[in-house]
Design a protein around this ligand. Structure first.
Ligand SMILES: Cc1cc2nc3c(=O)[nH]c(=O)nc-3n(C[C@H](O)[C@H](O)[C@H](O)COP(=O)(O)O)c2cc1C
Length: 175
C-alpha cells in the first residue's frame, strides 16, 4: 500500500502547523493510503554537519530509514521571516536525499496572510534541483483565521489537502 509520510516541523507546543499536518494525515488514511507521521516536537535532532548519515547517532539513522521507506511526502512548516523555518530546513538537509525521485506537497502556516509564497518557491527549487523531488501543486497555506478551537475549519483548505493527496498518489512509484 502506498505510504505517504507527513513531516510536521513546527516546534511550538500550540502549533497550527501541527493541526494542519494532522488533518492531512487523517485524509491520507481516509482515502485508504497508509499515512505516516513525524512530529519534530517528539524528536531530538542534531544540526546537519555535512557528514554521512552512517556517522550520525542511531535516532538519525532510524529516521533516515523511515523517510526513505515512504513513497511520497507532505512537508509542513511554519513561516518565519517570510520563509520556511530553520527546523524544517535542517530536517531537509539531513533527510532530503531519502526523498529523491519521489513526490512531495508543501503545507505551510503563517501568522499573516501575505507572506507564504516566498519560502514555498525556494523549497520547491531546493528539492527539485538537488534531489529531483517533484512538488505537486497547489501549496496548501493556512493562517490563524483557518482555525477555531484547535481545529482546522476552512473547507477550502480541506479541499486542497484532499487534492494534494490525490495528486501525490497518481503514478507514484511503489516497490
Ligand atoms: C521568528 C518568527 C518569525 C515569523 N515571521 C513571520 C512572517 O514573516 N510572516 C508571518 O505571516 N508570520 C510570521 N511569524 C508568525 C508565525 O508564522 C505564526 O506564529 C504561525 O502560527 C507559526 O506556526 P505554528 O503555529 O505552527 O508554530 C513569525 C513567527 C516567528 C516566531
Amino acid at each position: 500500500m502506498m505510504k505517504i509520510l507527513v513531516i510536521q516541523t513546527s516546534l511550538s507546543q500550540n502549533a497550527n502547523t501541527a493541526i494542519l499536518a494532522k488533518k492531512a494525515y487523517d485524509i491520507i488514511n481516509e482515502k485508504g493510503f497508509q499515512g505516516e507521521f513525524i512530529d519534530l516536537r517528539e524528536r531530538t535532532l542534531p544540526f546537519c554537519n555535512g557528514g554521512k548519515i552512517e556517522n550520525y547517532d542511531a535516532e538519525v539513522q532510524a529516521l533516515y530509514k523511515e523517510v526513505e521507506a515512504a513513497d511520497a511526502y507532505m512537508i509542513a512548516y511554519p513561516i518565519y521571516n517570510y520563509t520556511f523555518s530553520g527546523a524544517c530546513k535542517n530536517f531537509l538537509d539531513l533527510f532530503q536525499s531519502g526523498m529523491a525521485d519521489k513526490k512531495a506537497g508543501i503545507l505551510c502556516n503563517s501568522g499573516g496572510i501575505r507572506s507564504f509564497n516566498f519560502g514555498a518557491g525556494e523549497l520547491m527549487m531546493s528539492m527539485a534541483f538537488h534531489n529531483n523531488v517533484t512538488l505537486v501543486q497547489p501549496v496548501v497555506h493556512t493562517w490563524w483565521e483557518d482555525f477555531k478551537d484547535q481545529e482546522l475549519v476552512s473547507e477550502k483548505v480541506i479541499e486542497k489537502l484532499s487534492l494534494m493527496v490525490d495528486r501525490l498518489s497518481v503514478n507514484t512509484h511503489t516497490e
